[in-house]
Design a protein around this ligand. Structure first.
Ligand code: ADP
Length: 481
């Protein structure tokens, strides 16, 4: 995952926040637990101290202080219960101190001498060996007779510490588990939340100048993603309008140019017939006519492309055999090839049916053959093949001509592109022939590609969707025509 990416950042923040919250919660519960366990222990110890105070009170009025110790032993057995008890008089004399616990849990000697508290009661922790602690509760008694005693009761805090340790252990195992769950869950959530973006991007990727009519999917979520897709769709709409405008402009311009050009050509041709014309004027007129011819070709080409781009090819679609069309066209153009002593070998398989605009697909064959003848030296060979491959109708025109340099190959289908303006212009080309081929192929859901090796020849391959053969009836009709 890309560390600068949105997904990673969101996930990292999400996991960090959840873990921080959990750690905070863990700390708070730890403190609360610590305080409540300590309070409970303190309360028990203070209660015990009060009970001993009561005992002391009862005995001291009877005057028998020495008995208090043995009574504490019988009642509370501090040595067996791991408890500490100490009674000190105001003057410092220890009236009673419990024995060391039988299991040597702690050493009563390590408990520091009593500290007389300000108030009546208090509790404090006394450090023991090995990092342990003893909670010592202190209770002060002031007897009416004037004597004051300090009763101390203590218990090791081992249980509290063990409970706290359990809690810490629990947290320590919980934290990685929660980290894993938030990581996995967060990943799925974020991926799902961002998947519309992927979808929008994938659709946006598919939209090109050729299918500007398509729109992006709009996730109706009422949020930023919906706004994004709507905004992108509006942008595509504006682009489409701009494209259409420029296409219409080319179509209108070329259409407007056709009539005056035809008129001009007519005028020039009539003038050319004029017998009184001097030889020089006739020659000039001849080259002017040639230029007008070229201009008319360009305008026709532009007009054809703009109509194709506007999607008008759909008008006269029929089903026909591509092989038949190709060989008929090759026959018609054979004179042109013969002039240059070029042999045209035609291998057209039968039964390769396609559906489309016959005249336009014929234009494809004408343009490709025309180029092949134009750019092949005298005595060369041209091969025209039609066949079916992987449910596609394939038409190939290969020549043994001059070839196309590799750097120019990707651009030959661009409008007005000529490999070498000089070589093409001599032959009367304006660089529109192949772009017309491409536009026609695209309008038929097909494609065209070129391969070439410089000096050896070129190969143009057209692929069109293969159509099923028409029913018998239809076929017969077709042959009769
Ligand atoms: P043009 O009308 O100038 O021939 P095209 O669009 O038909 O324009 O072709 C574009 C360019 O591709 C041409 O200028 C030509 O140099 C090159 N080209 C096309 N077909 C061939 C071919 N069969 N052999 C060599 N070069 C070719």
């Amino acid at each position: 995952m890309n560390p600068r990416g949105l997904k990673f950042q969101l996930l990292a923040w999400y996991v960090a926040l959840v873990l921080a919250c959990l750690a905070l919660l863990g700390l708070a519960t730890y403190l609360a637990l610590h305080s409540s366990l300590r309070t409970a222990l303190k309360e028990t110890q203070l209660r015990r101290a009060r009970q001993i105070a009561q005992l002391l009170h009862e005995r001291s009025t009877g005057g028998d202080l020495a008995q208090v110790g043995s009574e504490i032993e019988t009642r509370y057995a501090p040595d067996r219960n791991d408890r500490f008890v100490r009674i000190t008089r105001r003057d410092g004399a220890t009236i009673y101190q419990s024995e060391a616990p039988l299991d040597h849990n702690f050493d009563p000697a390590s408990v520091p001498p009593p500290v007389w508290p300000e108030g009546e009661e208090r509790a404090r922790e006394i450090p023991l060996l090995g990092g342990r602690e003893l909670l010592l509760a202190t209770h002060k008694v002031q007897q009416p007779g004037g004597a004051a005693f300090l009763i101390e009761t203590g218990a090791p805090m081992d249980e509290v510490q063990a409970d706290l340790k359990k809690w810490v252990l629990f947290l320590a195992t919980l934290l990685p588990a929660v980290a894993l769950i938030t990581l996995g869950g967060g990943y799925v959530l974020i991926k799902r939340a961002l998947s519309p973006v992927d979808r929008i991007a994938a659709s946006a990727e598919r939209i090109t100048a050729l299918n500007l009519g398509e729109r992006l999917p709009v996730a109706q979520t009422g949020d930023e993603l919906e706004r994004l897709s709507l905004a992108l769709n509006r942008m595509i709409e504006r682009l489409e309008a701009a494209f259409q405008y420029s296409r219409r402009f080319v179509a209108d311009a070329s259409h407007e140019l056709r009539t005056p050009l035809t008129a001009l050509r007519g005028e020039l041709e009539t003038l050319f017939q004029e017998p009184r014309l001097s030889a020089e004027a006739r020659e000039r007129l001849g080259s002017a006519l040639e230029e007008v011819e070229r201009l008319a070709n360009i305008v026709e080409g532009l007009f054809a492309i703009s109509r194709l781009d506007a999607g008008e090819a759909a008008a006269e679609w029929v089903k026909f055999e591509l092989g038949q069309l190709a060989s008929a066209t090759a026959d018609q153009m054979s004179l042109l090839a013969e002039d240059k002593h070029i042999e045209v070998a035609c291998q057209a398989a039968k039964g390769v049916w396609v559906q489309g605009d016959r005249a336009r697909l014929k234009q494809v064959v004408v343009n490709l053959l025309d180029n092949a003848i134009k750019y092949t030296a005298e005595g060369g060979t041209i091969s025209l093949k039609v066949g079916a491959q992987d449910s596609k109708a394939v038409l190939e025109v290969a020549d043994t001509g001059m070839g196309i340099p590799p750097e120019a190959l990707p651009r030959v289908f661009e409008r007005f592109f000529r490999v070498d303006a000089a070589r093409s212009r001599e032959q009367g080309g304006a660089g529109l022939g192949l772009s017309i081929v491409k536009s026609i192929c695209t309008a038929h859901q097909g494609r065209v590609e070129a391969s070439s090796s410089l000096g050896l020849g070129s190969r143009f391959r057209v692929e069109l969707p293969l159509s099923s053969a028409p029913s018998n009836n239809h076929k017969q009709n077709h042959h009769e025509h």
